[in-house]
Design a protein around this ligand. Structure first.
Ligand code: C5P
Length: 229
């Protein structure tokens, strides 16, 4: 059986904390990769640290969202980072931006997968209305998935609640679910939270999990995760 694919969200500015996360999450029961977002990438030592990581699956969660030309330039400026496997962009940026990013990414690294972020897991149906959306999150995410597919992205990022809805639209695409909590853990700022087991049951091809693993005893948390699956 395929090992469950887990990306650990390394949300810190400290390379030492990242080193600890990496050494304490070693296990042969899971297929573990490491996700770096803006917090670490923008920090003083972040980019350099990432560029030197070897033999790890790296997910760069930059959530690009700008005019097509600026996004293409941002992709070109990542060309020295040959070790990145996944990069995120906001589907909100629109079809032209998505197509331009996909084209630019092929030029710098043919193996780099571009994932389109749908509605952030920190949104609820009421908070999404406040930024002007009239559709429900489910309808919005479906529409965004269709757009991501038409722009030939490699996958999408959505909460574990929407994975089932998107399986048909996103056949053969990666479906990555953040907003994951081990049973009993606080949701913190996340609004659409599911357990690791439910995310995979719904059809996620990978999950992103941060605080449920990185806060407290990391080794124990990894064991809890393995047992829960
Ligand atoms: O600590 P927690 O598990 O909530 O971290 C989730 C991670 O996934 C964060 O790094 C966050 O930026 C990212 N993410 C998310 N929701 C999305 C896309 C990415 O929470 N829709």
């Amino acid at each position: 059986m395929k090992k469950p694919k887990i990306f650990i969200a390394c949300d810190t500015t400290s390379p030492n904390v990242i080193k600890k996360i990496i050494s304490h999450t070693k296990t042969n029961k899971l297929n573990i990769g490491y996700k770096f977002g803006l917090e670490f990438f923008c920090s003083k030592d972040g980019r350099k640290f990432i560029s030197k990581l070897k033999n790890k699956e790296i997910f760069l969660d930059l959530k690009l969202n700008d005019i097509p030309n600026t996004c293409a330039s941002a992709i070109h400026s990542l060309r020295d980072l040959k070790n990145i496997s996944y990069l995120t962009v906001h589907i909100n940026g629109g079809y032209e931006m998505l197509k331009t990013i996909k084209k630019a990414s092929k030029k710098i690294n043919k193996k780099l997968k571009i994932l389109g972020v749908t509605v952030l897991t920190s949104f609820s149906n009421s908070s999404i209305k406040k930024i002007g959306h009239t559709k429900s999150i489910k309808d919005l995410v479906k529409k965004q998935a269709v757009l991501a597919k038409s722009a030939k992205l490699d996958g999408i990022v959505c909460s574990g609640y929407e994975v089932k809805l998107l399986k048909k639209i996103c056949k053969r695409m990666d479906i990555v679910a953040p907003g994951i909590r081990l049973k009993g853990d606080s949701a913190d700022d996340q609004k659409r939270v599911v357990t690791p087991k439910d995310a995979f049951k719904n059809g996620a091809t990978a999950i992103v999990i941060g605080r449920s693993i990185t806060k407290g005893n990391i080794k124990n948390n990894i064991q809890k995760l393995i047992k829960s699956l």
